[in-house]
Design a protein around this ligand. Sequence first.
Ligand SMILES: Cc1cc2nc3c(=O)[nH]c(=O)nc-3n(C[C@H](O)[C@H](O)[C@H](O)COP(=O)(O)OP(=O)(O)OC[C@H]3O[C@@H](n4cnc5c(N)ncnc54)[C@H](O)[C@@H]3O)c2cc1C
Length: 442
Amino acid sequence: MPKKKWILTVDDDPAILNILEGALAHPELTITTASDAQQAFIQARDIAPLLIICDIMMPGSGDGTTMLKLLRADPRIPRVPIIFMTSMDLKKARALLPFNDPTIGLIPKPLDLDKLRKYVWDLAGVAAPPDLTSELRKVVIIGSGAAAYTAPIYAARANMAPLVFGGVSMGGQLMITSEVENFPGFPEPISGPELMERMQKQVERLGVAIINEYVVKVDLSRRPFYVETSEGTAASANTLIIATGANAKWLGIESEKRLMGHGVSACATCDGFFFKDKEVVVVGGGDTAMEEATFLTKFASKVIVVHRRSVLRASKIMQNRARKNPKISFIWDTAIDDITGNGQVDGVKLKNLKTNAVTALKCGGVFMAIGHTPTTSFLGGQLKMDENGYVIADDRTHTSVPGVFAAGDVMDHRYRQAITAAGMGCKAALEAERWLEDQATH
Ligand SMILES: Cc1cc2nc3c(=O)[nH]c(=O)nc-3n(C[C@H](O)[C@H](O)[C@H](O)COP(=O)(O)OP(=O)(O)OC[C@H]3O[C@@H](n4cnc5c(N)ncnc54)[C@H](O)[C@@H]3O)c2cc1C
């Protein structure tokens, strides 16, 4: 096995350490960090790094010169180069150094990261890693849920060399789902995170590069399209697949988080089955709430709709359907103050918004139906969207901009299921491939 090449970075500011870690990232290097002179000394002794990069002034934890003295006084630590970062005038900084030694360098802050990167890679004898984003891509996929993980499977098998920008919290909404019982191919329930991990592995096995950064900017007026992330990584692509999903709106109370997946849900289609013969509460007053409440009556013995106002926002037809259902009752002008239960929901505390009176209600489940927010703000209004911010796409996933496709919950507020999202991801990849072929032949 080749010996690991370590670089040790030392600073008491985690932000600087993060910058260095990101800038020097290389498959053949391991960047390790220390926050003070003492830690740096122990690490340098244990891992024998190729290079140490350190701030010359580290208030509170002993400055860089203390570290330098410690390192150079210990014969077990090789005399590796040490680079000191400094915001001071370089002459003044050099005067602080206890030794005049050619293995000790000084670099000014703000750092010239390109220069530093080149120096480190030359010192380590490693070639620059391939720039995944430098070449023009046939397709770039944005997202990391069921839709975004299905599209590259099809695109890779069609030799489109897709690139995926998956954001930092990969896996999408299923990451907060304890059991998925309705995804074909799994006779036993599978946990949401495990299902998503399997999808990701399948994508990676096909050699698809996934970049864990959020896309913050797209330019759909240029051809090829331009995409940029919060880290400044940019890519250009002939086609784009938007699969950034949506997020259920939650109440934001502590007990809701604690009991999520243990009686608290935001998806009746997904979890209703687990509430057979139980009394459940549905929170909301719009179409979604009426739909969820009506659907839940197939399983629950009783469904209580809790609404903040005295009138529903839902369409007449949805209201009538719910009101006529003998299993559904309504509590008006009321909000959920708390959800109770030790490990599993056993009730809610309701607050009457007119009287402020708080009462307890026993129930086995609470369904939030106060809406979803599609993740579309980064598109800057460049695609046609409906009044709730969902991307408008046709049955074949084409959006208002030719060459841009949308798949999954970002454009679907009707089904909102992993399998439908995956199906649309497949459609989008096939459509992107055909669209490119059409462009080439016209
Ligand atoms: C509590 C709960 C339980 C559920 N249970 C089930 C179930 O049992 N069965 C079922 O079929 N469905 C279930 N669903 C619904 C299912 O999770 C969704 O329908 C499905 O995840 C939609 O997939 P998607 O790919 O469209 O988007 P999402 O899953 O929403 O994923 C979108 C991804 O894109 C990433 N992203 C967003 N913006 C950017 C950006 N700018 N740059 C890069 N990445 C970005 C996000 O971080 C996210 O990871 C459940 C949903 C919830 C909330």
